[in-house]
Design a protein. Structure first.
Length: 374
């Protein structure tokens, strides 16, 4: 906040207040700055107004030349969440919330700034609805309100130093959730080449999903645009099944950023399940091994996991293998029950070699097998 206050003084200096540049005030103490502004409250109002103008101008510059409705929405939302990169924007925001609770003048400033961002987000969502890129029954303004709530909820843990919520993880979660919020319609693209048997497959009805409606799952090879969604599903699902069940050294290695890197590297092995234009889960198959099977938390219990596992078995068979195998940690009871219900058999204990950037870690696992051909 001190840096922002100095910037305000410098800005006013350019208008003839007597402070000629930032360097002239860079060593000024808080008490001197408060004396200049009149009070701590006046200083906070000035800093907030300066930061708000600077942020809005910055995102306007980033939007220049960006034409797609989805891309523009991500630019705005990512900027707001990514602003925690420095000590200015989000720290000023957090401080302004606290003071606004008892300062009517600052409260008006904060609410007006929220209105400005809400209107910008609503305009981008409305443009996407009119262009047919977004398919949502919600009004654009309601979508903007929900987007702001999402942004605040993701950014605050980052600015407070939550070790489980890094900036990249926050952005990945943001992009995934925004896609759901506006019911983004995927642009039609040609299937990418992949391993044997990996082709786009028609939607498969899998029973009742949320609100009791039938869910249709379309299977296709992963595309570059799927990487953020796959990374988020993988990171959340991996933690659900592995925390407390694997060595701590592996937990430390599996950072949020690492899932993004691995998802990008493993596209050729990945098949995604898409429901209503949203990536609902994925599988990774290499030879006889089904390496990963994960479903987004929003689609658990809808039958997506069964469709993905069946597709993985088909891919193993299409690759010329009679038997498939996979590894599961002993403590992941939910996954073990799912595999056993699906006809898989526990073939015994073994140590699985979990690769990571620094090498490999041996993880005690159970090997599950199933005959898929012959």
């Amino acid at each position: 906040m001190l840096a922002a206050a100095c910037a305000v003084v410098a800005e006013r200096g350019a208008e003839g207040t007597g402070f000629s540049d930032v360097t002239a005030v860079s060593g000024v103490g808080v008490s001197t700055l408060q004396y200049y502004f009149g009070s701590r409250e006046d200083m906070l109002r000035a800093v907030f107004r300066y930061a708000a103008r600077a942020d809005f101008a910055a995102v306007g510059e980033q939007l220049a030349g960006v034409h797609g409705a989805w891309e523009r929405l991500v630019v705005v939302a990512s900027y707001l969440t990514g602003a925690v990169d420095g000590d200015t924007s989000w720290r000023v925001w957090a401080e302004s919330w606290r003071w606004a609770l008892r300062d009517a003048e600052l409260r008006t400033d904060v609410l007006n700034d929220y209105l400005r961002w809400r209107e910008l987000l609503a305009a981008e969502i409305d443009a996407g609805i009119r262009a047919g890129v977004f398919r949502t029954d919600a009004t654009a303004i309601d979508g903007a309100r929900q987007a702001l709530a999402l942004i605040d909820g993701l950014a605050l843990p980052v600015v407070l130093g939550d070790p489980s919520m890094g900036r990249e993880t926050a952005r990945e979660l943001l992009v995934d959730a925004l896609g759901r919020l506006v019911s983004r319609v995927e642009a039609g693209t040609r299937p990418e080449a992949g391993s044997a048997g990996r082709v786009d497959r028609p939607a498969v009805p899998v029973g009742a999903g949320a609100e009791g409606r039938p869910v249709g799952v379309a299977l296709r090879p992963a595309r570059r645009a799927d990487v953020p969604a796959v990374a988020v599903i993988w990171a959340v699902g991996w933690r659900d099944g592995h925390l407390g069940n694997v060595p701590d050294v592996l937990v430390r290695a599996r950072t949020g950023e690492s899932f993004g890197v691995r998802a990008g590297e493993r596209m050729a092995d990945t098949t995604v399940a898409v429901v209503g234009g949203v990536v609902a889960g994925f599988v990774m198959v290499v030879g006889e091994e089904i390496e990963q099977v994960y479903v987004d938390t929003s689609f658990r219990g809808s039958g997506v996991a069964g469709v993905l596992l069946a597709e993985a078995e088909r891919l193993v068979a299409a690759g010329g293998h009679a038997n498939a195998w996979l590894a599961v940690v002993p403590g992941n009871s939910r996954a073990r029950r799912f595999y056993e219900r699906s006809g898989w058999a526990d073939a015994g204990a073994f140590d699985y070699e979990a690769r990571h950037e620094g090498g490999a870690i041996l993880v005690p696992c159970r090997r599950y097998t199933k005959q898929v051909a012959g």
